[in-house]
Design a binder for this molecule. Structure first.
Ligand code: F6R
Length: 633
């Protein structure tokens, strides 16, 4: 939640070195453009120029801020910070937008996260004569920082008052936060802090950067430094100094970003979402790449957990939220089938609060595209405290969840910018399947030849996804014709059940249509009462070549709802003629083994939701009320 950017570049004429051809504002606005997916309730920037802070902020999307800057420009500067907000404390108004100013307007602060003890701090500051103009916890943090800064300066005991003030302030804050501050009297530095909220440093030549993630500075450098928990970083054009909250020197970990700026662009598609749907063959292919030997032996070298320990696992718990949790539910069918290890899938935010049974023989598999979802992070931490082994399946290098897990299996979907997850979902299923097969290999549940056959089928999946993408005209036409639908139901069985729930989630979040996914067998236990004349129902039908009973049962379910007036839209396997008689519309997907079918059956549902939302005129990349990375609990 919230995107944060900071920049310091070489000042004009310093040491006779030419300045950069981009100013602070260029860098900050470009970073905000790339980070806008993290929140778009308001945006704001502050620069230090001519010995004072100049700031502009505006509610609504970044474009509103750009319009304001066109009317009321900021002076050229070599240091700046910027923020794009997902509202927590206080509505999405101009006053609540960041930056917040303090110390008589000489200090500007931006923040991601929630300061849990803000009410108590606010009381304290009010009693000392401070006043507040917003409803935010951020303004309280700014006031505390400004107050501390002024006290340090008055005492004259420090050469780095902003860094020291940040340390002292962070010692008093509770909750999750990334903070970035600049002060007019220290015009060469941005000081930042993080606790349980993301922050990355970008290293340049004669300039340095800060971002919520690397897309905040990907146009300028691909050298990045991961910060640890409870660290403070002070960047100038030439230096990066890291300490803990008590001033002790600390280290970050440098890494190379293997995305380029173009990978984060739309590639000619009208939206990131459409691009990302079309990226899926590559996302699955890249996630499979280099993870098995020619004889089918899986070589997950990055799983640094001792294989002997992995062999002792007697229970797996998959922790995730939203779409990632549906990927986990798909994976459960495969993992239990291949490894014979009981596998539960639990929403991260429910797990921690129910006193779960977890011990050293439990393997926690967290699934998170962003690697920053606070609910999942907290659940992983809790499980580690109970002694469990933790593996993260994650798409974002250097993010917090993999860093805090015992091991990580990265999905190689590339940057996912659209708020609604698509390619990360297919890559997560792929990675979870690799993990399941690896455990089966280790424990000897499967012969090497069997694993090799499944991997061969997985390797054919990207081409099959491509085939669906190349033939998406029919599903798009149907989606457009349904732009006025009030409610759509989705049914599935077995692995088709989480696919149905994912199809419903995509439609809810993109097209704002009521949609529910049900296990088809559950219908007659209640939901069938929803069926009335003309009710659209999308049914994910399993392969007729798989377990016969599954196919036959769902065909009966289709008949039951049709008899009650439902308009049935069926996703079925090529050659399944039987379903035709019961469907208004049939969309065929290529033949594939039952367990791999979600990698195909999800794709038409994504296209359906995206096209329907587009037909309604909605922004599919930035649906209302949502943000890409949910870094609050
Ligand atoms: C829906 C969607 C969300 C995320 C969820 C978890 O399209 O994207 O439901 O899947 O917020 O996010 P990550 O995977 O980043 O932990």
């Amino acid at each position: 939640m919230c995107g944060i950017v900071g920049y310091v570049g070489r000042a004009r004429g310093v040491d006779g070195v030419a300045p950069k051809d981009h100013g602070a504002l260029d860098v900050v606005l470009e970073g905000l453009r790339r980070l806008e997916y993290r929140g778009y309730d308001s945006a704001g920037v502050a620069v230090v120029a001519d010995g004072r802070i100049e700031s502009r902020k505006k509610s609504g999307k970044l474009v509103n801020l750009l319009n304001l800057l066109a009317e009321d420009p900021l002076p050229a500067a070599t240091i700046g910070i910027g923020h794009t907000r997902w509202a927590t404390h206080g509505g999405p108004t101009d006053a609540n937008a960041h930056p917040h100013l303090a110390d008589g307007g000489s200090l500007a602060l931006i923040h991601n996260g929630i300061i849990e003890n803000f009410a108590e701090l606010k009381q304290e500051l009010l009693s000392r004569g401070h006043s507040f103009i917003s409803d935010t916890d951020t303004e309280v943090a700014a006031a505390l920082l400004g107050d501390t800064y002024a006290t340090l300066v008055a005492a004259g005991t420090t050469a780095k008052p902003l860094t020291e003030a940040m340390q002292l302030t962070c010692q008093r804050l509770e909750g999750a936060f990334t903070l970035l501050a600049v002060h007019a009297d220290q015009p060469d530095a941005v000081v930042a802090a993080r606790r349980n909220s993301p922050l990355v440093v970008g290293l340049g030549e004669g300039e340095n950067f800060l971002g919520s993630d690397v897309s905040g500075f990907i146009d300028y450098t691909r050298r990045a430094v991961e910060l640890g928990q409870d660290q403070i970083v002070t960047i100038t054009a030439e230096t990066v100094d890291i300490t803990d909250f008590y001033g002790a020197p600390a280290q970050g970990k440098e890494y190379h970003v293997d995305w380029d700026a173009a990978a984060a662009e739309k590639d000619g598609y009208p939206s990131f979402m459409e691009k990302e749907i079309h990226d899926q063959p590559d996302a699955v292919g890249a996630t499979l790449l280099g993870r098995s030997a020619p004889d089918g032996r899986l070589t997950l070298d990055e799983l640094r957990i001792d294989p002997k320990l992995l062999k002792t696992v007697n229970k797996i718990i998959v922790l995730a939220c939203g779409t990632s949790a549906y990927a986990g539910q798909v994976a459960k069918y495969a993992i239990e089938h291949w490894c014979r290890i009981p596998t539960e899938v639990e929403l991260s935010h429910e797990f921690r609060y129910r006193d779960p049974i977890v011990d050293e023989r439990t393997l926690i598999v967290s699934i998170s595209q962003s690697g920053e979802t606070m609910d999942t992070l907290m659940a992983v931490r809790y499980a580690r405290e109970q002694g469990a082994m933790t593996v993260a399946i994650c798409n974002t290098n250097g993010s917090t969840i993999p860093r805090e897990s015992d091991a990580v299996l990265y999905t190689h979907a590339g940057p996912e910018i659209a708020v609604a997850s698509t390619k990360a979902f297919l890559a997560q299923i792929t990675a979870a399947y690799l993990l399941g097969l690896y455990l089966a290999q280790l424990r000897g549940n499967k012969f090497q030849g069997e694993i090799k056959d499944i991997l061969a089928d997985l390797a054919k999946t990207p081409a099959k996804i491509q085939q669906i993408l190349d033939n998406s005209g029919q599903i798009k036409d149907l989606a457009r014709s349904m732009a006025n639908a009030k409610s759509v139901l989705f049914l599935g069985r077995h692995v088709g059940f989480p696919v149905a729930m994912e199809g419903a989630l995509k439609l809810k979040e993109l097209a704002y249509i009521h949609a529910e996914g049900f296990a088809a067998g559950e219908l007659k236990h209640g939901p069938i009462a929803l069926i009335e004349e003309g009710q659209p129902v999308v049914v994910v039908v399993p392969s007729p070549r798989g377990r016969d009973s599954l196919h036959a049962k769902i065909v009966s379910n289709i008949q039951e709802i049709r008899a009650r007036g439902a308009k049935t839209i069926v996703i079925a396997e090529e050659g399944d003629e039987a379903v035709k008689a019961y469907a208004e519309h049939v969309f065929y997907i290529p033949e594939t083994p039952t367990l791999l079918a979600p990698l195909l059956a999800t794709v038409p549902l994504q296209i359906f939701a995206c096209e329907l939302a587009t037909a309604k005129g909605y922004d599919v990349d930035q649906p209302r009320n949502l943000a890409k990375s949910v870094t609050v609990e």
